[in-house]
Design a protein around this ligand. Structure first.
Ligand code: MRU
Length: 349
């Protein structure tokens, strides 16, 4: 499979962050250059970079960009700026916990370096961002290996949104399972929900799977029940943006509906996510902040008005699938099954 470099740091501590502009896919593969923090913030907000792990990696590199202006200054000024930059990046999107996880990790690393010259702290924080990036690559590969054991040759699988290489450092989470299963010679028929309103399934998942030579069929979101009834689906796998201590999982709007449909058809519904997506500080999914997005994503999607002027719109970007509908959570450490508070604490805590 040709590698997709979703994010790349170019150069040394005075370098820049290069990312694929995912809003331009599938028709244009264009990379944008981020040389300052507001550009990274805008890229996260506008979904040029999206998917929980990729947002976290982008934010970590965003911190490094922010520190370029203050490397060499006194420690108090340096740390003040670091906290300002991290707080600003944290306002870009609220749901994916990987964003906050990565920012906290950068701040915690900086604390261990107090007393060193600030140029050195800045350089070591770039190493930390690179480590977050590389560890995500390894975690995704491990998720793929654990998850592939749950699938058999000849099965049909369904996924929602994009939890692929574009959403992570490489491989993805749900899509890593499909990529590794394919490497093992398992022939899967993969159904990709188009994923209204921003079409991550159509624009990104279908593009990634087709590019990798896997058998992918694009369906409207509203076709999911029908393909299940027709017996075409033996498993559903999606990613997650935040998983509460009890296993309730936030993911792209529509995921909850797919999980309900899977339960109605006795099809196992799996979540694939790295441990950086777990938020053990919250007891249940009721505490997960759900991002509300611009109504125009629904009324004026992709350049054409498709609803009457002034219509009321409700556009939550995510929903929460209750743990009881999730057959297993696949993370880099193994498969959590059944999905209970105790099993999660045992694997992740
Ligand atoms: O709004 P998005 O495109 O950032 O939403 C992404 C998802 O919901 C993904 O499924 C999730 O982040 C997991 S990515 C490995």
């Amino acid at each position: 499979m040709a590698k997709i470099e979703t994010l790349q740091w170019i150069g040394a501590a005075d370098g820049r962050l290069q990312m694929i502009d995912q809003t331009r896919l599938p028709t244009e593969l264009i990379e944008i250059q981020c040389r300052d923090v507001p550009t990274v913030w805008e890229a996260i907000k506008m979904l040029r970079v999206r998917g929980a792990p990729a947002i976290g990696i982008a934010a970590a590199y965003g911190v490094c960009l922010g520190l370029q202006a203050v490397a060499g200054r006194d420690e108090a000024g340096f740390f003040h700026h670091l906290h300002e930059v991290a707080a600003y990046l944290a306002t870009s999107r609220p749901t994916a916990v990987n964003l906050f996880w990565a920012l906290d990790r950068m701040k915690a690393k900086a604390e261990t370096l107090r007393g060193k010259p600030t140029t050195e702290i800045a350089a070591r924080l770039l190493d930390e961002a690179r480590a977050i990036h590389e560890q995500d690559r390894a975690m995704c590969r491990a998720i793929g290996e654990h998850g592939a054991k749950l699938l058999a040759d000849g099965q049909g699988v369904l996924t929602h949104c994009n939890a692929g290489g574009l959403a992570t450092a490489e491989y993805g989470t749900a899509l890593a399972v499909f990529f590794i299963a394919a490497e093992q010679g398992k022939r899967l028929s993969i159904y990709a929900d188009e994923t209204r309103p921003l079409l991550q399934g159509a624009r990104l998942t279908a593009w990634e799977l087709q590019k990798a030579g896997l058998d992918v069929t694009l369906i409207c979101d509203s076709t999911a029940a029908q393909v299940m009834r027709e017996g075409r689906i033996q498993a559903v796998i999606t990613g997650a943006d935040r998983i509460a201590a009890n296993g309730d999982s936030a993911n792209k709007i529509g995921t909850y509906g797919v999980a309900v449909l899977a339960a109605a058809h006795n099809i196992p519904f799996y979540i694939a996510a790295p441990t950086s997506t777990f938020d053990l500080s919250i007891a249940t999914g009721a505490e997960i902040p759900i991002e509300q997005r611009d109504p125009r994503e629904i009324t004026h999607g992709f350049g054409r008005q498709t609803a009457p002027d002034g219509v009321k719109v409700y556009n939550p970007a995510f929903d929460v699938t209750p743990a009881k509908l999730i057959a297993a959570i696949i993370c880099e450490r193994g498969v959590i099954r059944p999905v209970t508070r105790e099993a999660i604490a045992g694997m992740v805590g």
